[in-house]
Design a protein around this ligand. Structure first.
Ligand code: NAP
Length: 280
């Protein structure tokens, strides 16, 4: 029997905050104020909450956050705004919040974000650069998964990592990042056969499905590490994709929801912005 360690995402985020803050201070001595533009094309309340948390985190680490709110923009208006910010030398990082205007995809809008400022990996060119091993910004959530595993000193080289989910914002970039760490990576999705058995072979399971508590005891091997990316609103509040209660006697470590991947993702945006500012 194995006692599960709960990985404290907030503590990891605090450590990264101190590093980012010190790098931002260093840049300010050189006359550079790291600046993040957050484009908000919606009045959606859950987005507003997330934007406020980005603004607070930015203020804490010395990143200037410029929130650009657009009232029900068309796709063309949103694209034009992203083009303007891409050309603005005082802006180092750009993110575009969802939901987007009807009929518009993040991939389409991402193409209007300069890759050097694409600190959340929305431009398909950033994913291509990641695949090609060129220095670039991965989507913050995918980067957070690798950062957590690295800081928790979870061995990855030669290990079996199974990712459930193949989205361009989480599953695919996480697979590329973990491949770079020399893990043997399997990416699963809704058509994967015998999903539980595939996951149960893994040293590390990354759940990025978007289905509350879908990953249960039968999906994990004894001693496995489980990273839960899922954030699913339910009547009981926000829950992950992983049913931790069914497996805490079996696995070695896991990220909780909330308090796991989420806080590390937000600070990752700041880390990327400061890196982008230093690259100028
Ligand atoms: P997504 O675009 O909806 O992708 C979900 C993936 O899960 C797809 O690849 C889908 O397969 C797969 N899937 C769905 N049902 C499945 C099933 N029954 N068995 C196996 N695979 C299944 O979602 P996402 O944007 O990647 O987000 C995933 C989760 O992470 C969501 O809960 C989201 O809220 C959360 N998230 C958290 C953060 C954070 O900061 N913590 C950031 C971003 C996202 P197909 O490709 O075959 O459809």
């Amino acid at each position: 029997m194995c006692a599960m360690r709960s990985i404290d995402g907030r503590a990891i985020a605090k450590t990264i905050s101190a590093e980012v803050s010190s790098a931002a201070t260093q840049l300010s001595f050189e006359g550079i104020t790291p600046t993040l533009a957050v484009v908000v094309p919606t009045r959606d309340e859950s987005t507003a909450w997330y934007v406020r948390s980005i603004e607070r985190t930015a203020a804490r680490v010395g990143v200037t956050c410029r929130t650009v709110r657009l009232e029900d923009p068309s796709g063309d208006e949103l694209a034009r705004q992203l083009d303007v910010l891409s050309r603005d030398d005082s802006v180092h990082g750009i993110i575009c919040q969802t939901p987007l205007p009807n009929g518009v995809t993040l991939t389409q809008m991402g193409e209007h974000i300069d890759v050097d400022k694409d600190i959340d990996g929305a431009n398909p060119a950033s994913l291509g650069r990641l695949a090609a091993g060129v220095d670039t910004f991965a989507p913050a959530t995918a980067a957070a998964v690798t950062e957590i595993l690295r800081r928790e000193e979870i061995p990855l080289a030669g290990k079996q990592v199974v990712i459930v989910g193949r989205s361009t914002v989480v599953g695919k970039p996480a697979a590329l990042l973990l491949l770079n760490e020399n893990a043997t990576v399997t990416v699963c999705h809704s058509r994967t056969e015998d999903l539980a058995q595939v996951c149960a072979r893994a040293d590390v399971v990354v759940a990025a499905v978007g289905k509350a508590h879908m990953i249960t005891r039968e999906y994990v091997a004894p001693g496995a590490v489980v990273i839960d990316v899922g954030t699913n609103p339910t009547d009981d509040g926000l829950v992950g994709d992983v049913d931790l209660d069914s497996m805490r006697e079996v696995i070695s470590a896991a990220t909780p929801v909330p308090g796991g991947v989420g806080p590390v993702t937000t600070i990752q945006l700041m880390q990327h912005t400061v890196r982008a500012a230093a690259n100028v």
